[in-house]
Design a protein around this ligand. Sequence first.
Ligand code: FE2
Length: 155
Amino acid sequence: MIAAIVYQLTRNLTPEQIKEGGFDAYFVDHTTGIYPQSAAGIPFSASALQCKGDPITDLFEDLAAEQKARTTYDNLLRLIDNPDVREPLKFLRAREIVHFQRFGDALRVVQDHLDSKNYYAFNPAVDLRPKPQPRKTAAPTAAQPSAAAAAPAEG
Ligand SMILES: [Fe+2]
């Protein structure tokens, strides 16, 4: 969607508009092609994506990414007046909020199904802890005779 917005905004620009809009440096390098980069001009890199293989860590990373995306849309909406650009950005911003909520749901599910609540100290996907063993039962009481006591005597 962002690429489509950029395409719609740049497809009929005149050379004067390119210079006036501060689009000239980008235009020299990429014409009007879509080249993913930050607002500061840093090209997108897969190194920005993080995966540690720990479900708790990765879900927190996902949660942070969704909030960072929402903040970026908030900042864009503070700067942009064009309703044809604002409306799709508002849609994308709303999606980031839903993504954040779903990752939060996933985090709660993962935490609820861990063998241990000590997920701050180890990776629950790798450092498996033995499941707690049931406690040994207490000696039978008079109300609950043991199987041996209830069995008929041999002989
Ligand atoms: Fe998202």
